[in-house]
Write a protein that binds this ligand. Sequence first.
Ligand code: ADP
Ligand code: MG
Length: 682
Amino acid sequence: MKLEEIPVEVLPGVGEQKKEALAELGIHSIADLMGYFPYRYEDYRLSDLTEASHEERVTVEAQVYGQPSVRWYGKKKSRMTLRVQADGVPIQVVWFNQAYLKNRFRVGQTIVVSGKWDRHRLQLIADRTFLSESEKEKVVGRLEPVYSVNSKIRMNWLRKLIHTAFTRYGRQIEEILPEELRKKYKLISRASAMYYLHFPKGKEEGRQARRRMVFEELFLYELKIMWLRRFHRQEVKGLVHRFENEKIRAFINQLAFPLTGAQKKVVSEILSDLREPIQMNRLLQGDVGSGKTVVAAIALYANYLSGYQGALMVPTEILAEQHASSLKKLLTPWNLQVVTLTGRMTAREKKDALGQIQMGLADVVVGTHALLQETVVFWKLGLVITDEQHRFGVKQRAMLREKGEVPDVLYMTATPIPRTLSITVFGEMDVSTIDEMPAGRQPVDTYWVKKELWPRIIRFVQKECARGRQAYVICPLIEESEKLDLQNAQEVFEQMAMELAPIRVGLLHGRMSSAEKDEVMRSFANNEVQVLVSTTVVEVGVDVPNATVMVIYDADRFGLAQLHQLRGRVGRGGGKSTCVLVANPKSETGIERMRIMSETTDGFEISRRDLELRGPGDFLGVKQSGLPDFKVADLTHDLRILEAARTDAADYVNRKDFMTSPETRPLYEYLCAQNLTQTSFD
Ligand code: ADP
Ligand code: MG
C-alpha cells in the first residue's frame, strides 16, 4: 500500500481524538505525517563554554560540585542554584521555578544543561536539564525539530509519533526524482532527505536534506506548470486572427513616433500569438512610461481587422477614461468605435453602451470591473487586455476570459517583476517584456531630503511653478491616532495653499466622491491647478506631461514598487523632472529604501532589490501574489534552484517517452494524481 493511503490511526497512541487533532494540522496519512516538516530546530549539540559569547544559548556537560540551594519567593516562585564545573570552568547554574529537581543531584554526577550563558557572572540560566543517560541520549548532541502544533497535540508526542512512523514505514518511501537528476545535482535520496529534515544530526546533514526537498518541491511545481502549458498549447483551440500585415504597418507608420526596438519585439510576439490557433495567454510587462498603451492599441487594431471586438479592463474610473481617450486618439482615425463602460455612468448611458457592445457596434470597450457584470454581453469578443493586471484577482481575470468563447488574453503590468519570480507567479503564461524606454526620455532626478528641509522644498515647487510647470505632492494615508508634524494630505494642502498663493493648489483624497476626484484631476490636467496634493490616487496610469515635480511626503511609508510608480507620473514630457523623497526613516530598511530610490530609476533593478529586502510574499502582497505556499522552499533564497528546476521540468514533459519510460513513470503518475483538469492549482 502507498504511504498516502495508510491512515495515521495505524500508529500506536492515535485514537479518535488524536486523529481529529492531527487532521486539523492537515495530517491524515502516514505520508502527511512524514511530510510535516519542522519549521525550526532547537540546537542541543554541546558547546564549548570558553568560546561562548554573552547571552548565547548553550548546551554544556557539567560535573556537579555542591548541593543545590533553593530560595523561595512566595509559594510558587523559586530560584535554585548549583555549583558545577563545565569545560574546566567553575560556574553556577540557575533554575527558576524548577525546585522539583532539587533532590536529583549528587556530587560528582555528570549532567547536561541548556540555557542562556551569562558570561559576566559565569552563570548559566537553565531551561532544560538532562540527568539520566536515557534523557541525554534522546536529545543531547542533536538538533531537535520544532513543529507547529495545536492545543490538542504536545510537541514531544508529535516528535515521537513521527519517529515511529519513520521506524515502521521509512523503508517504503519511494524515490520520485529520476536518477539522472539526482546525479546531476548530487541530491540525496528522498527517504534520507525526509528523515534528516526531521532528525538531522548536524547542520550539513540538514542542509543536504533541505536542498534535496527544495529541489523536489520546486521541480514538481514547475512540472505541473509545464504540463499545463503543454496541454494548453496542444488541446485548447484558440481563435485564429486573420489580418494583413500591410495594414498594421500603415498603422504603425502613422504614429507620431517610431516604435522602440522593444515595442517592435513585443508587438510581433503578440501578433504571432493572435494568428496562431492557440489561445494567447501573455503577460506584457514594461516599466512606467515604456509605452504599453500603443502596443495594446496595435493588438486591438489587429483584432478589429480580424472581425472581432476587443476589451480593455482597468482598475479605476480615472484610468478608464484616460485609456479610452488615448485609444480614441489612436484608433478613431482607423474607423474603430471605442466605447467606455464604468460603474458611475447613468443608467441611460450604460444601456446605450451595452446595446452597442451586444450588437457589435462597439469595436473596443474600455471599462472598469463593470465589464464583468452579467449584463455585459459581447457580440464577438476576440481579445481581452487588462492593465495593471496584478490588481485584479485570478478569478476576475478568468471571468473576463469567459466572456468570449476563447478570446486571446493579454495582461499588462507596470510592476516589474524579476524574471525568476514572474515565471512562478505567472508560470503558465508567456511573458513579453518592454525593456527599453522611448528615446529622449530623461531619467527623473531623485533626491532624498529630511523633513527639516520642508521650507526649501516649498520654494523649489514655487520656482518650478513660476516656470509654468506643475507639481504633485503625495502624502500617505495616515491613521488618525498618529501624531506627526504634518498629519495628512489635508494639512499639507492647507499649508501649501497658504504659502504658495497665488499659485493654485488642489486636493485629492480617497474620501472624495468619484465626481469630485475627476473634477480635481481634470483641472490639474488642464493646468488650472498647478499643484496637486494627493493621497495615492494618482498612483496608477494618469498622464499629465506638464507635471515635472513629484514630492513624496513620508516616503519611507511607501513600498519601493509604489514609489517607483509614483515617480513615473513625472518625466513624461520633454522637461527635466525631479522627484523629492521627504522622509526621516527610523529603520535601516527605511534608509536603504531611500538610497535605492535615489540611486536608480530602473524598475527592474528596484524590484530586484525590493525583493531582497522584503521577500516575495511581502513584495507582491501575499494575497495578491498568487504565490504557491511552498512547504520547504523559500523563494527569497531559492530562486536559483527554481530556475534550474524549471528548465529541467520543461525538458522532461517534452520528452517523447515521458509517459512511458520507467525513469519518469513516478513523475507522470504524480501528475495524474494532481487532477490537472482544473486550470488553477496551488
Ligand atoms: P505605460 O507603459 O506606462 O502605459 P504609456 O503607454 O502611457 O506608458 O506611454 C507613455 C508616453 O510615452 C505616452 O505619452 C506615449 O505616447 C509615449 N510613447 C510611447 N511609445 C513611444 C515611442 N516609441 N517613442 C516616443 N514616445 C512614446
Ligand atoms: Mg499605462
